[in-house]
Design a protein around this ligand. Sequence first.
Ligand SMILES: [Ca+2]
Ligand SMILES: [Ca+2]
Length: 97
Amino acid sequence: MHFCFSVVINSNLPPLYILTATAIEAARAAEKAQQIADVFAKFDVNDDGVVTYEELVDGLKRQFKAETLDEKAVKRLFSDLDKDGNEVIDASEFKLR
Ligand SMILES: [Ca+2]
Ligand SMILES: [Ca+2]
């Protein structure tokens, strides 16, 4: 313990701190990836690995408990997410903020 403290105090870039920070970053990134995967799975109802426009609409309705949605806004969201323009959103394109 004493050694750890002296490392932290004596160095401008304490290795222990960097290690801890990196581990926390990695854990956060993993957690975020997991959260995105969870949300993606909720939208991908038929579990074929892609979210169609219909699945996005249904998913958003469930998410926001809405009967109707602003179709223009959903279309814009869909085309924003569908980066390669193949009319489906795959997991790598799926990044709701
Ligand atoms: Ca699907
Ligand atoms: Ca796509």
